[in-house]
Design a protein around this ligand. Structure first.
Ligand code: UD1
Ligand code: MG
Length: 488
């Protein structure tokens, strides 16, 4: 099947420098949603993959396609064609004509209708299937709307067969009262489509070449026209304004929340979770309110996520507790660990089992072995930390000399006193203790107490006494007048 995605329009109502199809829903451009579905659908290889008609912001759209294909090779199959001037949906499809395989039907999608499901599109494609040896029928995805304003209306004969599509701006008042609308998504017989597109005229209210005019041509040519509807209205909703984008985001997030709950995840409030990517959960996972998940996140069974956590591209082990307001990005957390509140795990944080990372502790590019703790106000960067290590409050690994990053190695069973700085590259030997306030600039030997601190002394001393300044006459005068006024 040929798939053409119309995406050349400007999206004036978004009032954005970004082309509309690059606005994001659940963290992904609208066009990426459409393409992902298109790619999943295009079973049989056609000469080209999905064809995207670009126009407004074409350079940005192409750049997005290149960068996405670097991450997901499936996107390499996507082809673009340029519609230099936006003269309507029919004109847009015309630009892709030379790329279409005439022996395959053509599915038309819109770049700004992101949530149509594979199931609905497969149903539509099947509906268009021709009888053996014959060209396919024309299948339209329509939708009954209580408020059809703005959409093209499906005009039917007395016997119910589709006669034409009339755009809102060209419709009579009787036609405007029709509630069945054109979603724009359709499957067409390609060889006939070629002929029809070339015959389109822009003699209508908008002076555009309407793709919808091919319907009446198909009727004239005796091509059967069949219609079907999606399971849910949101599948056919297009994004024209920021308000519509925000509403669709909520619908989409609610669907994801429902899927999570169906899979056995407990959500404190299904209306207050945002998944911008893929969230995989084991059994008995609990997620409190206001959490955001980005990229690929795995939460193993029994994980508890406190309120307002942000977790991106991370793997969280069994029975982990992540407390409120923690940020976790590119990290691995071993089972039964306790993180937060207010903890920050940055890329390369790799924690084994039963590790405790407490409030205002930042861990970056560091391996921490089991049963180690950094419970308060610390920075652990570019480090290898052994088992049963205790990192005291205010400890900093000084990993950066202003030019290069250096490693800190802390072996098993080390105790690091509060407010210690470890100037990397440095090693703290197994079982060592560092006294509070130490600035460690040389390796600390195992099993000894190392401390770098000025020796404590006590001196007989008298605190200075505050000298009272003489008050000036004008200040006294002002104060007196003010009090007198206040009394009045
Ligand atoms: C279109 C349909 C209308 C339908 C509605 C559904 C036509 C004439 N009308 O109207 O029947 O109810 O969609 O949302 O087809 N585009 C281009 N190049 C252009 C014009 C548009 O690529 O020159 C793309 C847009 O980027 C968009 C899609 O086509 O993705 C639809 O265009 P839009 O201008 O929104 O069409 P509507 O007037 O909404
Ligand atoms: Mg539109």
């Amino acid at each position: 099947m040929n798939i053409v995605i119309l995406a050349a329009g400007q999206g004036k109502r978004m009032k954005s420098a970004l082309p509309k199809v690059l606005q994001t829903l659940a963290g992904k451009p609208l066009l990426q949603h459409v393409l992902a579905t298109a790619l999943s659908l295009q079973g049989k290889q056609t000469k080209t993959g999905p064809i995207v008609v670009v126009g407004h912001g074409a350079a940005d759209v192409k750049e997005f396609l290149i960068s996405t294909s670097q991450i997901d090779p499936a996107f390499c199959k996507v082809t673009t064609v340029l519609q230099a001037e936006q003269k309507g949906t029919g004109h847009a499809l015309l630009q892709a004509l030379s790329k279409l395989d005439v022996d395959e039907p053509t599915l038309v999608l819109y770049g700004d209708v992101p949530l149509t499901t594979k199931k609905t599109l497969s149903k539509l494609a099947k509906l268009a299937d021709g009888v053996r040896g014959q060209d396919c029928a024309l299948a339209l995805l329509t939708q009954d709307l209580s408020n059809p304003t703005g959409y093209g209306r499906i005009v039917r004969d007395a016997d119910g067969s589709v006669k034409e599509i009339v755009e809102e701006k060209d419709a009579t008042s009787a036609q405007k009262s029709i509630l069945e609308i054109n979603t724009g998504i359709m499957v067409l017989p390609t060889s006939a489509l070629k002929k029809w597109l070339k015959a389109l005229r822009a003699s209508n209210a908008q002076g555009e070449y309407y793709l919808t005019d091919v319907i009446a041509m198909a009727v004239k040519d005796g091509v059967p026209i069949r219609t079907t509807q999606a399971d849910a209205e949101y599948e056919t909703v297009g994004v024209n304004s920021r308000d519509q984008l925000a509403s669709l985001e909520r619908v989409h997030q609610r669907n994801i929340a429902n899927q999570l709950m169906d899979a056995g995840v407990s959500l404190a409030d299904p209306a207050r979770i945002d998944v911008r990517g893929v969230l995989e959960c084991g059994t008995d996972v609990f997620i409190d309110i206001g959490c955001v998940f980005e990229g690929c996140v795995t939460l193993a069974s029994g994980t508890k996520i406190g309120p307002y956590c942000i977790i991106r591209n991370s793997v969280i082990g069994k029975g982990v507790t992540i407390q409120a307001f923690s940020h976790i990005d590119g990290a691995k957390v071993g089972s039964s660990s306790i993180i937060g509140p207010y903890a920050r795990l940055r890329p390369g944080a790799d924690l084994a089992n039963d590790v405790h990372i407490g409030n205002f502790v930042e861990v970056k590019n560091s391996k921490i072995a089991s049963n180690s703790k950094a419970n308060h106000l610390a920075y652990v960067g570019d480090s290898i930390v052994g088992s049963r290590v205790n990192i005291g409050a205010g400890t900093i690994t000084c990993n950066y000399d202003g030019v290069n990053k250096h490693q800190t190695i802390i072996e098993d069973d080390v105790f690091i006193g509060s407010d210690t700085q470890l100037v990397a590259p440095i090693r703290v030997g197994r079982g060592a203790t560092l006294g509070a306030g130490t600035t460690l600039t040389k390796d600390a030997p195992p099993n000894q107490l190392t401390v770098s601190r000025a020796r404590q002394i006590s001196i007989q001393w008298q605190r200075p006494v505050k000298v009272e300044k003489p008050v000036s006459k004008t200040v006294v005068k002002k104060a007196v007048t003010k009090t007198a006024k206040a009394k009045k």
